[in-house]
Design a binder for this molecule. Structure first.
Ligand SMILES: [Zn+2]
Length: 157
């Protein structure tokens, strides 16, 4: 029986249609991360309320500042910001390595994001409210089909 993608002619000994269908993708772990061609082009996306100019991370259906349903405009957010608040998590769910730093970052130009701060020992003396941080992305997982998943984290700038 011929397959539905019957145009799988042998070309150089290689079935093109099947190779295309099976090509693994690189995907963001969360919808508010937009991936570029390379990891240094990745960025967070957000929403601006056109009614009051409040800026949020990710898509939004309701504005917590002006209590309107928008409309919202999708925007690119900064990859730099300041540490607003943090806590050091010592007990985590299974398979999550602790301790780690959970934080809220105020992004330059607006928007606040929940994230982890990495690249430092997770000790209070290494963290200061208002310290400059920057985002980076990296592959964190892969599914059974070979698709990669990319997540963002922050590190001291
Ligand atoms: Zn608003």
């Amino acid at each position: 029986m011929r397959r539905a993608k019957g145009a799988a002619h042998l070309k150089g000994g290689f079935r093109l249609a099947e190779a295309t269908a099976a090509a693994p993708e690189v995907r963001p772990l969360v919808p508010h991360l937009t991936l570029g061609e390379t990891r240094d082009q990745d960025y967070l996306n957000g929403s601006i309320c056109k009614n009051c100019n409040a800026k949020y991370v990710g898509p939004r259906l309701f504005c917590g500042k002006c209590s309107s349903a928008g409309p919202f405009e999708t925007v690119r957010l900064a990859s730099t910001g300041e540490l607003h608040v943090f806590t050091i998590i010592h007990q985590a769910t299974p398979y999550v390595q602790a301790p780690y730093v959970a934080a809220i970052i105020d992004l330059d130009g607006g928007g606040s994001v929940n994230t982890n701060i990495v690249g430092i020992e997770p000790k209070p003396e290494n963290l200061k409210f208002g310290m400059k941080v920057k985002m980076f992305t990296e592959k964190v997982s892969e599914d059974k089909e070979g698709n990669s998943y990319v997540a963002y984290r922050f590190t001291p700038a």
